[in-house]
Design a protein around this ligand. Structure first.
Ligand code: ADP
Ligand code: MG
Length: 480
């Protein structure tokens, strides 16, 4: 076994760009939409015509603040935009309007759940910036095309401290971040459409070493899988280099999803000189306490808070609670069902079981299942009037989009009301016991575990209509 990997500690810091789902761009009224025809969303500001002036999109500020609060950041009430200069054909102004010295949010952390328990990944900051356009090189042999629809669209960049130590942790972090932006509804999180992109900075150092090693940065990873794969490849590549006695150069690399490898795109021996300076055409932002409070108060309960609440207040286990907080739609649905029933565990079981299955297997969405009716189904099962299996296979599909349907009525109609009629039950019990005399003998000799089999057979024979508590009592009478 190669022992080299055990010598090293992997260190990872991520920079994640998330496109804010505002209607218009960060500094102009051009539409911020994905999938429009090329250069459709392009006005004079996007084109950087002389004499045009930018104007800051209020919604984008609000979204950045929301994310800062959701990530436990301090909000820098006084912050400002800065020009970041670099030449790029799809950046018409010749500079990108970004933030530098004072970004909108500082510090903060995001909690991830690893196989070794919870960990807080610290954030260095979150800043606002505009995106660049897109150069297209593969449509013509002689020309490159430029689509400026994306130029000027609002991004937040979330920059972590170098706090992650495996590809798995990096994947979990991006997953959690995607869940958060969707939860507070500031970004659709569709990585395949570029709404979220991740740059991974990776370095190695000997275990016990406190100084950071030389890092490489893998740019523009557009899926969680690719984040993991790129980091895994980099770790192996760098261990190989170090073991061969070679040195690691600071590089910017790109990921080739075709074979899960990375390749160098530029050496980065010294820092780029972006000649940052405060944007003179935009007033600095000055966010008041009232403004911050109103945003804080409008934020929905966050997944971490609900996760704790569902366990401590509702007595759910960690698995149930985490399933219910996978996305906001599910959590909202849970919240609306518990307006009608206090059997929290049953609601969790229904949502994480038959409802999840129904949604996966059919074009039904969770909101088409009336919360009040689900609560009635739970009640009828609790009263032992309908079995759980009949309730989930027959009642559940019947209530979709119908919140006036009468559950008791429906159960009668479907002929699934459980019978407590002892005569009828006795008949079933007798049939079952007569069918398996050898099992009865085994039971009488002490194999008490067979009770489950007998009950199951009666349940089958009755098509789920037998009240199983009574059946068990009858079987016990009969057998003892
Ligand atoms: P740069 O100036 O090269 O952009 P920054 O210091 O701004 O570097 O950090 C960018 C990202 O890289 C951050 O997420 C940070 O945590 C991470 N990072 C910085 N140094 C290292 C390192 N040696 N190993 C891994 N990640 C690093
Ligand atoms: Mg940087």
């Amino acid at each position: 076994m190669n022992e080299a990997p055990q010598k090293y500690e992997v260190v990872i810091g991520l920079e994640v760009h998330a496109r804010l789902s505002t209607k218009s761009k960060l500094f102009s009224s051009d539409a911020n939409s994905y999938g429009a025809a090329p250069n459709e969303n392009v006005g004079v500001i996007t084109l950087a015509h002389p004499g045009t002036l930018p104007k800051t999109n209020k919604k984008a500020i609000e979204y950045a603040v929301m994310m800062g609060i959701a990530c436990n950041c301090t909000i820098n009430q006084k912050n400002y935009f800065a020009r970041k200069h670099y030449f790029y054909p799809d950046l018409p102004k010749g500079f990108q309007t970004s933030q530098h010295t004072v970004p909108i949010c500082g510090n903060g952390y995001v909690t991830i759940k690893t196989s070794n328990g919870e960990r807080n990944i610290r954030l260095d900051h979150i800043h606002l910036e505009e995106d660049a356009g897109k150069s297209i090189h593969d449509m013509d042999d002689n020309y490159s095309f430029i689509d400026l629809n994306r130029a000027g669209t609002p991004l937040i960049e979330i920059v972590t401290e170098p706090d992650m130590h495996s590809a798995e942790e990096a994947g979990l972090f991006v997953t959690e971040l995607r869940k958060l932006v969707r939860w507070i509804n500031i970004c659709d999180g569709n990585m395949e459409e570029g709404s979220m992109r991740c740059d991974a900075n990776v370095s190695l150092r000997l275990k016990g070493e406190t100084k950071l090693g030389t890092k490489v940065e893998v740019k523009n990873l557009n899926s969680i899988r690719n984040v993991r794969k790129a980091i895994e490849f980099e770790i192996e590549r760098m261990i190989d280099l170090l073991e061969k006695g070679e040195r690691i150069y600071q590089q910017t690399r790109s990921f080739d999803a075709g074979n899960d490898t990375t390749f160098a795109i530029r050496e980065k021996e010294e820092a780029n000189d972006y000649r940052y300076f405060p944007e003179p055409d935009l007033p600095p932002l000055n966010l008041s306490d009232d403004y911050l409070n109103s945003i804080k108060n409008s934020l929905p309960a966050l997944p971490q808070q609900l996760l704790k609440k569902y366990q401590s207040e509702f007595g759910l286990n960690e698995y149930d609670a985490s399933q219910l907080t996978l996305d906001k739609e599910i959590a909202d649905y849970f919240e609306s069902v518990i307006q009608h029933t206090k059997n929290y565990k049953a609601v969790a079981n229904w949502i994480n079981g038959p409802i999840k299955q129904l949604i996966n297997d059919s074009p039904v969405s969770i909101n088409e299942i009336p919360a009040n009716k689900l609560a009635e189904i739970i009640a009828i099962v609790d009263k032992d009037e309908v079995s759980f299996s009949n309730a989930s296979s027959k009642l559940l599909p019947a209530i979709i989009k119908d919140n006036s349907i009468r559950i008791e009525h429906l159960a009668t109609q479907l002929n699934i009301v459980q019978t407590k009629n002892t005569d009828e039950l006795k008949e079933w019990v007798t049939i079952v016991l007569n069918k398996m005399p050898d099992k009865v003998l085994e039971y009488k000799k002490g194999k008490k575990g067979l009770m489950g089999l007998f009950v199951g057979e009666v349940k089958k024979l009755s098509k789920g209509k037998a009240d199983l508590k009574t059946v068990t009592q009858l079987l016990e009478q009969e057998l003892n």
